[in-house]
Design a protein around this ligand. Structure first.
Ligand SMILES: *Cc1c(COP(=O)(O)O)cnc(C)c1O
Length: 367
């Protein structure tokens, strides 16, 4: 049995007629940039995420960049980020001229460890970017408390966790202004690049709208040095169709995770994901850990099973950050995760038989 790491087949089959209709309406309307499809999606996504506003932008990295700008983060500032995040979190901090300061994750949840945050705060610290990694909500109570105490802005990176909750409240609704991605493979994915910022602060939302559109509110009048970081009309129209299915598709991801947990329960060589009591997980990725990761990945590949590593090199050890004075073993939790993590096939529509086959191959590898 061939089992890819990710398949769009089930989702695309479900929505094909609606997507074709959305495309036809878009085509017939001949309005390509910042029209009613973007407005409608923004309203729908704000409603979904329970925030006052959502502002559609070009992708998740640009959403982080705009969010940091709106939060007033700039040159000379320090921003606390998880040491085991995707590079985008670091890059956005660098774009605004600030310095990313890595903080190690909790080894059980893989999310930034709130107990280590305060030790990393200096007089230059201006913000924290919690990343709800793999789809599990961070401990937002602890993070917001520390942020308030030190006067820090919070910008959630919600690229992997659409619909996840902490104490029944949605990720992407805690921070002052938050960023998300609709990259095709994300839980809510466009048919190309797309992203959004979410916020309860209507002044910040307006600022984000100005920044994404050349720093302009009135055409050809520019208030500031803005960007071209707009969400496409046609992607917005497609996203509105997919958003309606998100809860149902998240339930299918959770069902697959339950099967994985069950079938791997007696496999003492692998560590399965663990979710904190107050958190929910939307399983953007189902990540296991084993010291024999590379050999296991090879075994699975030889048996037709696709896997990926999120992520093989932590940002502080990337070539791009070599000028920052980071050293090997400076963030050992992130480095150990990079050596041991493996993301198994996960998508809405993966069957119990497929999960049984993947876990069967894992059992046979270890026996
Ligand atoms: C995907 C992702 C991003 C960036 O999103 P793009 O749309 O690819 O720019 C940022 N942060 C995290 C945690 C991500 O997973």
């Amino acid at each position: 049995m061939q089992i890819p790491f990710l398949s769009f087949e089930y989702m695309n089959r479900e929505i094909k007629p609606e997507i074709m209709t959305a495309f036809e309406q878009f085509f017939d309307k001949s309005w390509y940039i910042l029209g009613t499809s973007v407005q409608d999606f923004e309203a729908a996504y704000a409603h979904f995420n329970q925030t006052k506003a959502a502002v559609g932008v070009s992708n998740g990295l640009d959403a982080l960049h705009i969010a940091l700008k709106c939060a007033g983060i700039g040159a000379g500032d320090e921003v606390l980020v998880p040491s085991n995040t995707y590079i985008a979190t670091f890059l956005a901090v660098s774009y605004v001229g600030a310095t990313p300061v890595p903080v190690e994750p909790d080894i059980r949840t893989y999310n930034i460890n709130p107990d280590l945050l305060e030790a990393a705060v200096t007089p230059k610290t201006k913000a924290i970017i919690p990343v709800h990694l793999y789809g599990q909500a961070c401990n937002m109570d602890a993070i917001m408390t520390i942020a308030e105490k030190h006067g820090l802005k919070v910008i959630e990176d919600n690229a992997q966790a659409h619909g996840a909750t902490w104490q029944n409240r949605l990720t992407g609704s805690f921070g002052h202004i938050n960023a998300t991605s609709f990259y095709p493979g994300k839980n809510l994915g466009a048919f190309g690049d797309a992203g959004a910022v979410t916020t309860d602060d209507e002044v910040l939302a307006e600022k984000a709208k100005v920044l994404r559109n050349y720093g302009s509110q009135k055409k050809y009048y520019n208030e500031e040095i803005g960007f071209n970081m707009r969400l496409d009309e046609c992607q917005a129209a497609f996203l509105s169709v997919k958003l309606k299915r998100l809860k149902e598709w998240t339930a299918l991801r959770r069902q697959a995770a339950v099967w994985y947990n069950e079938f791997l329960q007696d496999c003492s060589s692998v560590i399965t994901p663990s979710t904190e009591q107050a958190a929910t997980h939307v399983y953007h990725l189902y990540v296991i850990r084993t010291t024999q990761r590379d050999a296991l990945q090879k075994h699975l590949a030889n048996n037709g099973i696709g896997t990926l590593i999120h992520y093989p090199v932590p940002p502080h050890l990337q070539e791009a950050y070599k000028g920052f004075g980071f050293t090997a073993r400076q963030f050992p939790v992130a480095e150990d995760l990079a050596q041991t993590c493996l993301s198994l096939p996960m998508w809405p529509g993966i069957t119990k038989e497929m999960v049984f086959e993947v876990t069967g191959q894992i059992h046979s590898f270890f026996s």
